[in-house]
Design a protein around this ligand. Structure first.
Ligand SMILES: Nc1ncnc2c1ncn2[C@@H]1O[C@H](COP(=O)(O)OP(=O)(O)O)[C@@H](O)[C@H]1O
Ligand SMILES: O=c1ccn([C@@H]2O[C@H](COP(=O)(O)OP(=O)(O)O)[C@@H](O)[C@H]2O)c(=O)[nH]1
Length: 238
């Protein structure tokens, strides 16, 4: 079999997408299908860590608009990512793909604390590593977490698996005439202010020379397709 395009990747999995057709929570068929895609992608030979979002359960900004302080709301959002990771860990293990959740928070009864050493060890053991709890700090996002962890563990790319098939000149859900980019530099992504990822994530990726590939997780096997070099997505790279 050909080598995958990247030896080690961090997949950023949209929390919002996990709700499926519901507006809240975890849709079991959706998470099972994603677990299947991750298992197939792992079988291509790439080491895979996954940063899972939490927007299907909580977003700090939304809670804070209802009177909870932003840091508290963000902490609730980060805890939501832990629940998503546990659901994904169970879905992966059910299909026989070994997985380990590592959290940015100390919660020994739930899962191990994230350390680079633990991540390296589990990746080398062919497990899929699930990174829970965001960065552990308020005012950040799981997109930024994905870039941060990718830099820390020496991943070669961040694969942003989301609900849109690339970066567009404007939000394609609001502007049907928006044009899709095949490729952008980090600086162009930052200057364009494209809301598909936050500026902190793009800036850290530029500083650490990490490519980001934005693609749709709605397409079955899209993670594998990106690793085989046949997927459709926008590459943001220097
Ligand atoms: N310029 C743009 N190009 C692509 N998507 C955009 C753009 N601006 C806004 N979006 C929106 O960004 C969303 C994906 O980002 P986000 O909601 O953060 O997803 P995720 O749940 O993957 O973190 C898409 O639903 C899309 O409508
Ligand atoms: O390092 C982080 C990562 C996430 N969050 C909080 O967790 C929520 C869920 O993450 P995100 O919105 O990135 O998830 P997704 O967009 O993938 O659903 C965010 O809204 C923030 O409130 C945070 O405070 N710090």
């Amino acid at each position: 079999m050909d080598q995958p395009a990247y030896r080690r990747v961090v997949v950023k999995l949209s929390g919002e997408y996990l709700a499926g057709s519901q507006s809240f929570g975890i849709d079991q068929p959706t998470i099972d299908r994603i677990a299947g895609d991750l298992t197939a992608a792992r079988a291509l030979g790439a080491e895979i860590a996954v940063v899972v979002g939490g927007g299907n359960i909580f977003r700090g900004v939304e809670v804070s608009s209802r009177g909870v302080s932003r840091p508290t709301g963000d902490t609730m959002g980060m805890l939501a990512t832990v629940m998503n990771c546990l659901a994904l860990e169970a879905a992966l293990e059910r299909r026989g793909q070994s997985a380990r959740a590592l959290s940015s928070f100390v919660m020994p009864e739930v899962c191990e604390l994230f350390t680079r050493r633990a991540a390296h060890k589990y990746l080398a053991e062919n497990r899929i590593v699930l990174l829970a709890g965001g960065t552990g700090n308020p005012y950040f996002t799981t997109d930024t977490t994905a870039v941060l962890r990718a830099a820390e563990i020496g991943a070669q790319a961040v694969l942003k698996a989301t609900n849109v098939d690339g970066v567009y000149s404007a939000d394609p859900k609001k502007d049907p005439s928006a044009k899709r980019f095949e490729r952008l530099s980090h600086s162009q992504a930052l200057e364009g202010g494209y809301k598909v990822m936050d500026a902190t994530a793009f800036a850290l990726a530029r500083e650490t020379s990490l490519p980001i590939i934005v693609f749709s997780i709605a397409e079955p096997d899209s993670i594998g397709a990106i690793l085989r070099g046949t997927g459709r997505g926008t590459i943001v790279a220097s």
